[in-house]
Design a protein around this ligand. Structure first.
Ligand SMILES: Nc1ncnc2c1ncn2[C@@H]1O[C@H](COP(=O)(O)OP(=O)(O)OP(=O)(O)O)[C@@H](O)[C@H]1O
Length: 261
């Protein structure tokens, strides 16, 4: 099958320093592609360019055949690209269900007046969003926690809630920024299963993750960045044997030790 997301020569500099330089790769439906690399390699910057938070200085982002370079995140969401963030974006004092419902807000257009007057169309939309949110919570295993305050959930459950919310608009491409960060081994495994299940439903998944075991377990394809450049790509076995990849990680460890004195 042909690619859903095509990253073509993306680059951006900050204060003259090339944070990402000429990075290209493709993601197909149902595929899990991970971006890895030592700290400061440019992973988050790359994600921010793909998801419309930064406008790249060079290159293109092509989603389902359409050039969407620099398009704002809410417009990307309507075209089928959703993302989660490294830091949780959950409303802690709202219920789990209410948090899931917020995922549907991007779908609504020009409904402010209708909402003000509580018109039938607006009531119908609210009912549909709630039904959809309950289905999503079931999909991520949180249906029994629907009425609980989100702030009381375990960290792993919060991460799953965030994925549920990103699934609200039925994305074709899902970008996950460190979905297992801060999770214990059991929670990480639950997130593994969830990501695999979402991919199996045909969604293209792009992942940034520091947990190498998880990356090696679930990725079909891995893209390795170092100092903003793509230094390798391939399946997990090939990438983990690549001398340039091993050198980049060892080099980063040596730099960190040096910095620690
Ligand atoms: N908004 C910014 N302004 C200036 N420099 C930035 C900005 N964002 C990132 N950088 C720099 O760009 C480079 C890449 O950073 P980035 O955060 O993308 O790396 P990363 O691979 O995501 O790192 P980590 O694994 O630590 O999250 C770093 O040198 C960083 O200091």
């Amino acid at each position: 099958m042909s690619e859903l997301l095509s990253i073509e020569g993306l680059g951006i500099s900050f204060g003259g320093v090339k944070a990402v330089h000429d990075v290209s790769f493709k993601v197909k439906p149902g595929e899990i592609v991970s971006v890895i690399g030592p700290n400061g390699a440019g992973k988050t910057t790359l994600f921010n360019m793909i998801s419309g938070i930064y406008r790249p200085e060079t290159g293109r982002v092509v989603l389902n055949g359409e050039d969407v370079t620099g398009m704002e995140p809410h417009l990307l969401a309507r075209r089928g690209m959703s993302r989660t963030f490294q830091n949780l974006q959950i409303f802690q004092s709202m219920t789990v269900l209410e948090n899931a419902i917020t995922g549907y807000h991007l779908q609504e257009s020009g409904s402010v007046l209708a909402d003000l007057f509580n018109l039938p169309a607006s009531r119908r939309r609210a009912r549909e969003a709630e039904a959809g949110a309950r289905r999503l919570l079931e999909r991520v295993g949180l249906e029994r926690a629907a009425e609980r305050e989100a702030g009381n959930l375990s960290y792993g459950s919060l991460k799953r809630l965030e994925i549920a919310r990103a699934l609200a608009l039925g994305p074709k491409v899902l970008l996950l920024d460190e979905p297992a960060a801060g999770c214990n081994a059991v929670e990480t495994e639950e997130i593994d299963h969830l990501i695999a299940e979402v991919a199996a439903s045909g969604v293209a998944i792009l992942l940034v993750e520091h947990d190498m075991k998880m990356v090696m377990r679930i990725s079909n394809h891995i893209v390795v960045l170092d100092h903003g450049e793509k230094i390798a790509e391939g399946d997990p076995a090939t990438v983990s044997r690549n001398p340039a990849v091993i050198a980049a990680y060892l080099g980063a460890e040596a730099e960190a030790e040096h910095a620690d004195g």
